[in-house]
Design a protein around this ligand. Structure first.
Ligand SMILES: [Zn+2]
Length: 199
């Protein structure tokens, strides 16, 4: 017999949500109990609460709802997936718990990178749009401004990067790591130049 209290004490609501594939940011996610277009469910360590429909419960309620199963099956599932060892009388599987924690950390770090990457590329995209207008040559015989050229050369591609960061899969986003850090560097250079000129 699996002790529900021990399950609730061992696995937090945000950890279970992440593990079972619910997209969470800053402990908010889209509610699984109503049509939720923007995240309105808050995940606390021991509970969840939806500001849209009022749904609330603990980690077992959540997993039960995700898989549409009985509480006892949800408890068994958590016990097995998180290596708690409650049904076998064996001590918890430390390696498995460590591995799960590591995966969770990696997912969390990826989400943070993902949010920062979008901000970076979005900022660069806005700058390119500004440069295209502000530095357009006034006459055909004027040499074009480097910022204008940079905009012409990069805008379509940066558009495409933004698309992936908005609609792409996690793997597609991961492939952009190097490019995003190059853009980050470019922005730093640009802002450093700005500061230099202003002083
Ligand atoms: Zn809801």
């Amino acid at each position: 017999m699996i002790d529900f209290m021990t399950i609730k004490d061992s696995v937090s609501v945000p950890d279970a949500a992440e593990y079972y594939g619910i997209d969470t940011r800053h402990d908010m996610c889209r509610c699984i109990f109503h049509e939720d277009r923007h995240p309105s469910m808050k995940l606390f360590p021991k509970n969840y609460y939806c500001f849209g429909c009022g749904a609330h419960g603990d980690v077992i309620d959540l997993v039960q709802a995700i898989f549409n199963e009985k509480p006892v099956d949800a408890a068994k599932r958590i016990n097995a997936d998180f290596g708690l060892g409650l049904d076998t009388g064996q001590p918890p599987d430390r390696d498995k718990i460590k591995r799960i924690r590591q995966q969770q950390l990696e997912r969390k770090q990826f989400r943070e990178w993902d949010a920062a990457a979008f901000r970076t590329v979005n900022e660069y995209h806005r700058l390119l749009e500004d440069w295209e207008k502000a530095y357009a040559p006034k006459s055909p015989d004027m040499p074009p401004d480097p910022l204008f050229l940079e905009s012409l050369n990069n805008k379509d591609h940066v558009d495409y990067l933004l698309d992936i960061l908005t609609y792409g899969t996690d793997d597609e986003k991961r492939d952009l790591r190097e490019e995003v850090s190059r853009i980050e560097q470019r922005l730093q250079e640009y802002h450093a130049g700005d500061a230099h000129m202003a002083s």
